[in-house]
Ligand binder design. Structure first.
Ligand code: GLU
Length: 271
């Protein structure tokens, strides 16, 4: 028994050491390779989606990592991730940074490190027009969202009687709403606004003013990748100061786009 326990401890220690070793120094490594590998969304306008004309992934998240990579003097390689796959992809070293509509929370911060908040939104619902006035109207109903998201956790807590159907991504959940298979889709308002803006039959749907959480977005990096985290934080604070962050916000959410949000926060250093 004692021998088994010792063996177990050795395995645990070896695994931990391997994980720490993997954290490495992304800033130095990416500079050496000349490329920063970014995990992003590819079907969530305006954060990360395929531009119809250029066939490239573009968006708010992409503009932030492009600015960071430019400062490093490296190219960006974009790798699409889902809400469920982004943390394992980072930990296993397949990507160097997550820029994928990711909420910072204490649970996730045990596993990875986050930058200062670079976007702020809150969780809401898309429903058929006129069907939902309060959370009561969703009790006992089927609600669609994405696997591995905070949206999935929050809605289960906010409406325990609902049946939550978790899809790989939000466009699939919205398809289920269009087909009448769910009564609502829930996630961050900024994502819902992007889905609705692009929907051909948008007049049939709405985003009621029901918010169930705050969702501050952070760029995700490997735990203990301190040089890189500091560099990213310094860069995004500089972007706020120079007006570049506001420019990116205006480009994707300002009055002249289809996504329309008002700028409600500034990038500041976390305490
Ligand atoms: N921001 C939320 C999250 O990180 C929902 C959006 C997403 O799934 O990416 O889970």
């Amino acid at each position: 028994m004692k021998k088994l326990a010792t063996l177990f401890m050795i395995v645990v220690l070896a695994t931990l050491t391997a994980k720490i070793a993997l954290a490495g120094d992304t800033l130095a490594d990416a500079k050496k390779k000349g490329v920063l590998v970014v995990g992003c969304k590819d079907s969530l306008p305006p954060f990360g989606y395929i531009d119809e004309k250029s066939r490239q992934i573009v968006g708010y998240d992409i503009d932030f990592v492009n600015a960071i990579a430019k400062k490093m003097g490296v190219k960006v390689e974009l790798k699409p991730v889902t809400s469920a796959s982004r943390m394992p992809q980072l930990q296993e070293g397949h990507i160097d940074i997550i820029a994928a509509t990711m909420t910072k929370n204490p649970e996730r911060a045990k596993v990875i490190d986050f930058s200062h908040t670079y976007f702020f939104t809150g969780q809401k619902f898309i429903t058929k027009k006129g069907t939902v006035k309060s959370l009561k109207d969703l009790e006992g109903k089927k609600i669609g969202t994405a696997k591995g998201s905070t949206s999935e956790q929050n809605v289960k807590k906010a409406i325990p009687s609902a049946t939550v159907l978790s899809f790989d991504d939000y466009p699939q959940a919205f398809l289920a709403l269009q087909q009448g298979k769910v009564s609502a889709v829930t996630t961050d308002e900024a994502i819902l606004a992007g889905i609705l803006a692009k929907a051909p039959n948008k007049a049939q749907f709405e985003i009621p003013t029901l918010q169930i959480s705050d969702e501050p977005y952070g760029l995700g990096m490997r735990k203990g990748d301190t040089n890189f985290v500091n560099f990213v934080n310094k860069t995004i604070l500089e972007m706020e100061k120079s007006g570049e962050a506001a420019k990116i916000f205006e480009k994707w959410f300002g009055p002249n786009t289809q996504f329309h949000l008002s700028r409600t926060f500034k990038i500041t250093a976390d305490k």
